[in-house]
Ligand binder design. Sequence first.
Ligand code: C5P
Length: 243
Amino acid sequence: MSRRNKIYEGKAKILYEGPEPGTLIQYFKDDATAFNAQKRATLQGKGVLNNCISEHVFTQLNAIGIPTHFIRRINMREQLVRGVEIIPVEFVVRNVAAGSICKRLGLEEGMPLPRGIVEYYYKDDALGDPMVGEEHITAFGWAQDFELDEIIHMCLRVNDFLCGLFAAIGIRLVDFKMEFGRLYTDDLMQIILADEISPDNCRLWDMKTNEKLDKDRFRRDMGGEIEAYQEVARRLVSCQAPI
Ligand code: C5P
């Protein structure tokens, strides 16, 4: 691994140069951070679980025709992905009130939202990823109008599909974060889904008990993070949705 060329190291993942041009290797670390990295820990085995969960989710998304960066899982901690020019905006879709929207709008945690709501946050650690509007995204050129329209459409499609995927295994998809990038092939540009989808960037509640099966366990010092992530992986893998 050390012989590989490191392209980027984030809080929970490392990107290495891939074996073929245009590919990268996405390595999942055990490091957990919250509150813009003010809280840190190592959760033994988290990387392996997120690699497995994200592989499963991205495979299903590829299968229904959502373009993603995921090619295949290589081993326990790594997957082969397409290299993209990342759009510096985090797209959050919410179905149920939780986390920052509760504070911002005075909502009670657990309140179903009237419809899936898409929010935008500018990716900038130093600024603490501030919430922005469509005007900022297009005015500052982070994405063009037509790109943003396409991304919003994809956000809602992914949300619809994942709500069903998780509901089938008794899990409510409360909210989640996505990142998108531009893939250039010859003179064609395509927007594709990048990053990961795992309990690190989703809120997942057991439908019967409302038990939290996601990173909120770490954020709120509840403990049992690995057991919760294992439960999500176990249910996802044991229920291969027929496509
Ligand atoms: O904190 P907040 O309620 O805004 O988070 C909404 C969703 O986006 C949560 O599922 C959270 O895990 C995810 N998120 C993320 N990375 C961030 C901010 C939020 O994955 N930087």
